[in-house]
Design a binder for this molecule. Structure first.
Ligand code: HEM
Ligand code: HEM
Length: 182
């Protein structure tokens, strides 16, 4: 008779991401992917989605100062000493449980948000008479779009890999708001 393996039960479930953070995240993903893969013509809807993505990033930045505990920059800002400690732990093979963002994840978060704002800016500049038809601006916008998708790909893979390593489902936590500890 085949042995039945006991289903693992989490030892703790911690509320981490508030509703705003989760709506921000999946709203941003929707705007960025739609603009990059389906509406890359620069027409009205592309522009509105691009501005919506930029507005989400601005709102998230404000929330980083006034929001709930794990949403605050002070909780996870990737200072050199936090980064050093985290990388040393990774190199030593120690998996740590981070309730909020780990420092490398936080660095990626800032890079993703900055790239979205740069896309919003270069997109808006293309609508101005002063830059009408400027090839360098179109190239910069296109390059930033590709850089954002490449960063997001690494980010998503890292979230899946680190979730396995830290033994918590990071992606599910971005949906439910709760991180489980096993
Ligand atoms: C265009 C694509 C994406 C962008 C621009 C993006 C951006 C971000 C940002 C800005 C954060 C920080 C959230 C906050 O604190 O407010 C974040 C976190 C997170 N993202 Fe994404 N994301 C993208 C795609 C994805 C995908 C496809 C997944 C799933 C595989 C994913 C999984 C996560 C997870 C799990 C976190 C939390 C990480 C942690 O626990 O520290 N993201 N993302
Ligand atoms: C999430 C933010 C955005 C992303 C990911 C994005 C991405 C892209 C991509 C991939 C292209 C096609 C480039 C090419 O193949 O030539 C493009 C074109 C364009 N985008 Fe955006 N964009 C964003 C935001 C914006 C915003 C906010 C505006 C303006 C308000 C804008 C205006 C344009 C225009 C006018 C073009 C056409 C440029 C051309 O003629 O080559 N974009 N965008």
């Amino acid at each position: 008779m085949a042995a039945t393996r006991a289903r693992p039960v989490p030892t703790a479930s911690v509320p981490v991401w508030d509703l705003f953070v989760r709506l921000f995240h999946w709203g941003l993903v929707g705007c960025v992917l739609t603009n990059y893969f389906w509406l890359d013509d620069g027409e009205d809807l592309h522009q509105w989605l691009g501005y919506a993505a930029s507005a989400l990033v601005v709102a998230r930045t404000v929330w980083g100062f006034v929001g709930t505990r794990h949403a605050r920059f002070s909780q996870f800002f990737p200072t050199p000493s936090r980064l050093r400690r985290h990388v040393a732990a990774l190199l030593a093979g120690r998996h740590e449980f981070h309730e909020g963002h780990n420092p490398l994840g936080a660095l990626m978060m800032l890079a993703l948000m900055a790239t979205v704002l740069a896309l919003g800016l270069t997109g808006w500049m293309q609508t101005l008479d002063a830059f009408f038809g400027d090839a360098w601006l179109q190239d910069a916008h296109e390059w930033l779009g590709s850089a954002l998708i490449a960063l997001a790909f690494v980010h998503a893979l890292a979230a899946i890999a680190m979730g396995r390593w830290e033994r918590t489902y990071l992606v599910r936590a971005m949906v439910t708001g709760r991180k489980e500890r096993w």
